[in-house]
Design a protein around this ligand. Structure first.
Ligand SMILES: CC(C)(COP(=O)(O)OP(=O)(O)OC[C@H]1O[C@@H](n2cnc3c(N)ncnc32)[C@H](O)[C@@H]1OP(=O)(O)O)[C@@H](O)C(=O)NCCC(=O)NCCSC(=O)C[C@H](O)C(=O)O
Ligand SMILES: [Mg+2]
Length: 279
């Protein structure tokens, strides 16, 4: 990853004040939402407001625009309006690779992100992940729960199969993947637990709905000082072992092989990218 995606904050594109506030918030990326967070009567106005907002600077924050589906009356105009000027266009409710083709044609120069939030999308995750224009997947756990008629549980058991299938697909094709939102935005302990679970599974970060969620996501999805220090020692020990003609080193009583060194280097690369982002 050339940049971190620890915290990916949704902002309704009809909310001028929140968009202005975003320029000062510690979000790695912002999803400007034209879809579910904007009422039908506000869609056209939100599109214009967002186009104007994107003409000025959001610092190093990645600017993602979530358009309406092309099966709605707004989708095509959204895609045309943000064919340039955003860092990516996020397509809602992607169920097959071909759902990305039409948007790709309307937006020829901008990377695509896909909302993974339908039962079909889970089943076709590999086909979607291998789409040549796709850069990232975003879990849409609210829509997925609705389609599955699943209940929200702290352990997210009903979501696990879908989360796992999308993770496997994204990792197999080298794509970024960001976890779904935690709806109870005043529950900091619940958010931390869900971030920890997502980090343990391998997600690159979490989508968020409120600024109060940024700090926890940024902390949980960043390498800790302990992980950074261990990575440095693993790399040094492995290089020393290699210089002595050995293929394996031992650090803290655990073996270190070249695959562990690859993980250690990725950890340090991410820490560097975060330091650049926070500078
Ligand atoms: C949830 C909210 C409606 C709460 O809004 P509000 O009551 O205004 O919150 P606060 O009074 O606590 O706000 C304090 C200040 O923070 C600013 N604010 C609030 N939210 C945001 C935000 N998302 N980004 C930037 N700034 C924000 C307020 O303007 C206040 O600022 P100030 O006046 O200067 O003090 C609201 O947070 C909200 O609308 N959140 C986003 C909701 C959203 O985008 N939903 C759609 C995406 S989720 C989804 O669809 C996922 C997926 O598709 C799925 O299926 O799961
Ligand atoms: Mg959704």
């Amino acid at each position: 990853m050339a940049r971190p995606y620890r915290s990916v904050l949704y902002i309704p594109a009809a909310n001028a004040r929140a968009m202005e506030k975003a320029r000062t918030l510690a979000a790695d990326a912002i999803i400007f939402d034209l879809e579910d967070a904007v009422a039908p009567a506000e869609k056209a106005g939100a599109r214009e407001l967002l186009a104007e907002a994107l003409r000025s600077d959001f610092g190093g924050r990645a600017r993602i625009v979530r358009i309406n589906g092309l099966d709605t009356e707004w989708g095509e105009a959204d895609a045309r309006a943000f064919a340039t000027g955003a860092d990516a266009v996020l397509v809602p409710k992607v169920s097959r690779g071909e759902d990305l083709d039409r948007v790709a044609a309307l937006v020829p120069q901008t990377p695509l992100w896909a909302m993974m939030e339908t039962a079909g999308g889970m089943l076709n995750a590999a086909e979607i992940a291998r789409h040549p224009r796709l850069q990232a997947m975003v879990m849409g756990t609210n829509d997925l729960a609705k389609e599955l008629n699943a209940r929200f549980r702290p352990d997210r058991l009903p979501m696990m199969q879908g989360l796992g299938m999308c993770l496997l697909a994204a990792k197999a094709h080298g794509k970024i993947i960001v976890d779904g939102v935690f709806n109870a935005f005043k529950d900091q302990d619940g958010l931390r637990a869900e971030c920890e679970q997502g980090r343990d599974m391998g997600f690159d970060g979490k989508t968020l709905i409120h600024p109060s969620q940024l700090e926890i996501a940024n902390e949980v999805f960043a390498p800790s000082m302990t992980e950074i220090e261990l990575s440095r020692r693993q790399i040094a020990a492995f290089e020393e072992a290699t210089a002595q003609g050995k293929g394996v080193a031992v650090v803290d009583g655990k073996i270190v092989e070249n695959l562990h060194v690859a993980t250690a280097r990725a950890t340090l690369d991410l820490a560097d990218a975060i330091a650049r982002m926070d500078a």
